[in-house]
Write a protein that binds this ligand. Sequence first.
Ligand SMILES: [Zn+2]
Ligand SMILES: [Zn+2]
Length: 196
Amino acid sequence: MKQIKKAVIPLDLASLGSGEGDSKSWQVQVQLPAPIGTDDMAVPAGETLDLQVLAVAISEGVSISVSGCALAKGECVRCLEPVEEAIEFSLSRIYYYPDELAHLLNEVSDDSSVYADLDESYQVCPDSRVDLEPLLIDAIVPQIPYSVLCSPDCLGLCPDCGIALAHAEAGHHHEKIDPRWSALSGLFDQEGEKNA
Ligand SMILES: [Zn+2]
Ligand SMILES: [Zn+2]
């Protein structure tokens, strides 16, 4: 089995009883070590999130629920102006004790569909800590909106020069020359140069 991943956003479970059903809740503030989201829209690295965390001891490990809200930042898909969108997230996953996880991974090696979400990043480290980052990623990514607009009637970019039409002068447009005549207009320019 791979080395236990270093706890990036550690949560200390030392004060959680190990009896089945023992539970504890926390209000924690975490700073994201890396952005969570898509290339277009993400909760940026360094963002501080206020989280409600509930841990419940079970026989194989600890069931951890996390919920909170965050500000996803990205670009309007039409005009590329910066946009922000508040998202809410909430998810529970089981963090296994390392020996339980090794046992389960061994057991399911033939039939990986049984525990499709069995993941080595979800385990209780020997120092009673868990890394909340994988749980946050799984909770936040599905909430990241796609195709965000800066406003529902965003005008987008000028197809000819690429300027954001919201910032362009009223009636912004370009004189269009029929492509069949553009060759001729080139001729006229050359004539003009000769005569100058
Ligand atoms: Zn826009
Ligand atoms: Zn233009």
